[in-house]
Design a protein around this ligand. Structure first.
Ligand code: G6P
Length: 366
């Protein structure tokens, strides 16, 4: 009830602001990289597997899509990510040396459980879940488990479950990297230090809320929006578009920015806001030229830019500066203002934020 909401208007807003605490709780007790946090015997299994297969739905699928970048670049292990409802009905080529990873807030999503069982029926016995509910079917079904400590998530649109899933997936990446000889002691210490600083870093991003509210007032009158990201931040763009469509009912889609000219550029007019995730990474210069393509067609840019990107506000280009660039963990920071943008836009449109029409928190039927 209202008492539990404290100063917040909705559970979604409360849950967005709980993220520093949720991440800290998820990291509690973790001092270094130890595969056995996933369960006894994980070290031997992690040494033996040749690839990772991630299965999930919805926002959890976008957490998995982000993890693919980490697993391939940091742990150097081939990774595929599949939407559970597709994988379970598709002919695929199984390899018994696969680590099957399911990601689920509830641990009860019917398609994800069915996809897990399907993978097992194909001879893939090594199963691991990143899950928020200790007593769930998913945790019972999987050999290994990492519990996110997001706490109960009530808002249908997932927020703190997503960022804590990313923390769990990064720990999985580091564990696989370590047992496979891809992680020096120095790199391990640096990654762990960055993880431990995350709650403070997310807190600093939450302080951007007033600037995001100012944008949301303009967004509330739109019927379409395009989200752009590249590389590691493409799944964050997808998640930002999903949040906006789920709760504000504005049609939104996400594209990897390099793909603009193969279709979505045809949609760009002055009536099309283009939200862009702009971290200061190796794709920055490419992204900037993509943004020029949008401006040249009159599209209005809303850019979440890291401090040193030299992307400046100008007519038709609005910029919110992110407090710090965060290397490979940057998606965990960049998703937060997109959650806030969806939330405040939905509030401005007066929708039922915590219970959007036609959607359920947990989809336990096919
Ligand atoms: C529903 C929820 C989403 C969630 C998805 C997967 O669609 O509304 O927020 O991402 O299910 O749920 P899971 O519990 O498996 O993460």
């Amino acid at each position: 009830g209202a008492a539990e909401l404290g100063p917040y208007r909705h559970y979604m807003q409360k849950e967005i602001f709980e993220q520093p605490r949720a991440i800290a709780d998820t990291l509690e007790g973790i001092e270094g990289v130890n595969p056995e946090i996933f369960g006894a015997g994980a070290t031997a299994v992690f040494k033996d597997v040749r690839q990772v297969l991630i299965l999930a739905c919805g926002t959890s699928y976008y957490a998995g899509s982000t993890a693919k970048y980490w697993l391939e670049s940091v742990a150097r292990i081939p990774t595929s990510v599949e939407i559970a409802s597709e994988y379970r009905y598709r002919d695929s080529v199984p390899d018994p040396h696969t680590l099957v990873v399911t990601i689920s807030q509830s641990g009860e999503t019917a398609d994800t459980i069915a996809a897990l069982k399907h993978a097992r029926s194909l001879g893939m016995e090594q199963t691991l879940t990143i899950c928020n509910v200790a007593t769930s079917a998913m945790v019972r079904e999987c050999r290994f488990a990492f519990l996110t400590h997001a706490g109960v998530e009530i808002g249908v649109a997932s927020t703190k479950a997503f960022t804590t899933q990313l923390v769990g997936l990064f720990l999985l990446t580091l564990s696989l990297a370590k047992v496979r000889g891809q992680l020096s002691a120095g790199q391990e210490a640096e990654h762990v230090r960055q993880l431990r600083h995350l709650p403070a870093a997310v807190q600093a991003v939450l302080a951007l809320e007033p600037q995001v509210i100012a944008w949301s007032e303009e967004f509330a009158s739109k019927e379409n929006a395009l989200f752009l990201g590249r590389g590691l931040h493409y799944p964050v763009a997808l998640e930002g578009a999903l949040k906006l469509k789920e709760i504000s009912y504005i049609h939104a889609e996400a594209y990897p920015a390099g793909e603009l000219k193969h279709g979505p550029l045809a949609l760009v007019t002055a009536a099309m806001p283009v939200v862009t995730v702009a971290p200061n990474d190796q794709l920055l210069e490419k992204l900037k030229s993509n943004l020029q393509e949008v401006r040249a067609r009159g599209g209005e840019l809303f850019v979440f830019a890291d401090g040193d990107t030299r992307i400046a506000s100008a007519p038709g280009t609005h910029v919110i500066r992110m407090p710090e660039h965060y290397g490979v963990l940057s998606p965990i920071l960049h998703v937060v203002p997109l959650q806030l943008l969806a939330y405040h836009t939905a509030c401005a449109r007066g929708t039922d934020v915590d219970k959007p029409r036609n959607l359920a928190k947990s989809v336990t039927v096919e």
